[in-house]
Write a protein of this length. Structure first.
Length: 328
């Protein structure tokens, strides 16, 4: 969870407005659930147990694991994946080879896990981009054998499209730098959830990751690493440094099509501008957050932009306009 102080700033200036908006949303989302229906206990299974002691019901209900799919023959069209589902792909890699994979999320917030020939988990990539955007991962073989890529869907049913970006081929120094940067990005995500020293360590982890991504000439990975570095610096109250990092990241995010992250950065830059008394600049950032948030389907970023704009209206004494913004 991001530690955004700009959210606190929004709440501090407009507690009454936020409470009213929250109440309206709660009411609009439907009636309260009625009393639960009484439960009927299942009938006991009276069939004899199997030879290994399991009941016939257990055997009938246990679905056989799906065999791995050939990664190199995987169709690039959309695949359906059920809630809690997992699709497994396999590819035979020689030692020192690499294959790069991208998965376009289309209604499913998936995680990508890479397992080596021994079944050990090498990396799990799951960026905070919801059910849209693209997850990317490198399968870098330290040893020869069949490697697996698991597309895991911990959320609701959805769809995705998988693409082999390139490979298998011998890994270069850039490939190794990219794989390390991918691992550092996910390490930073874990550190962000810890204590203050962990948060400081997360900032350093993202900084190192952004440098490795630059060495690999992977602007998309560099951009998202810089975006998270900016978030950490802002959360640590290093506002000037955060501002510089955000300014560096924004054009790279635009080039990479990372509109969801760009929307959130525009919100934060708006809060920084507002704190420096530059209201028109802040309003421009909030408008851009709304625009690119719509492109990305990032509704929370759009709602935040709306609330931030209402705070500007309140500062200017335009209470009616602020209320209109919350009422839609």
């Amino acid at each position: 969870m991001r530690r955004r102080k700009w959210l606190l700033a929004v709440l501090a200036g407009s507690a009454a407005l936020v409470a009213a908006a929250g109440l309206a949303l709660w009411v609009a989302r439907g009636a309260r659930p009625g009393p639960a229906a009484p439960l009927t206990p299942p009938a006991p299974d009276t069939r004899p147990p199997t030879g290994d002691g399991r009941s016939q019901t257990d055997v009938a209900g246990a679905a056989a694991p799906e065999p791995p799919r050939d990664l190199l023959a995987a169709p690039s069209d959309e695949q359906s994946i059920g809630a809690g589902g997992k699709h497994v792909y396999a590819v035979d890699l020689g030692a020192g080879q690499v294959a790069r994979v991208a998965v376009d999320q289309r209604g499913a917030d998936v995680a990508l896990a890479v397992l080596d020939p021994d079944g050990a988990e090498q990396i799990v990539v799951d960026r905070p981009i919801g059910t849209g955007g693209t997850e990317r991962v490198s399968l870098l073989a330290a040893q020869a054998g069949v490697h697996r890529l698991e597309v895991r869907n911990p959320g609701g049913e959805g769809r995705y499209a998988l693409h082999v970006v390139d490979g298998p081929r011998p890994a270069t120094a850039a490939d190794r730098a990219r794989a390390e940067a991918e691992a550092l990005f996910m390490a930073g995500r874990r550190l962000e959830k810890g204590s203050l020293p962990d948060y400081v360590a997360a900032a350093e982890t993202y900084r190192r990751g952004s440098e490795l991504a630059a060495q690999a000439q992977d602007r998309q990975l560099q951009a998202i690493s810089l975006a998270r570095l900016g978030d950490c610096l802002y959360g640590l109250d290093e506002v000037d440094r955060a501002f510089e990092v955000y300014q560096q990241a924004l054009p790279m995010l635009d080039d990479a099509g990372e509109t969801s992250s760009a929307a959130e950065i525009h919100n934060t830059l708006g809060v920084i501008a507002r704190g420096r008394g530059r209201f028109e600049e802040a309003v421009a950032h909030y408008a851009e957050a709304d625009r690119v948030g719509a492109l990305a389907g990032n509704e929370p970023a759009r709602v935040t932009a709306l609330g931030n704009r209402a705070v500007i209206d309140m500062y200017r004494g335009e209470i009616g306009r602020a209320l209109d913004a919350f009422r839609g």
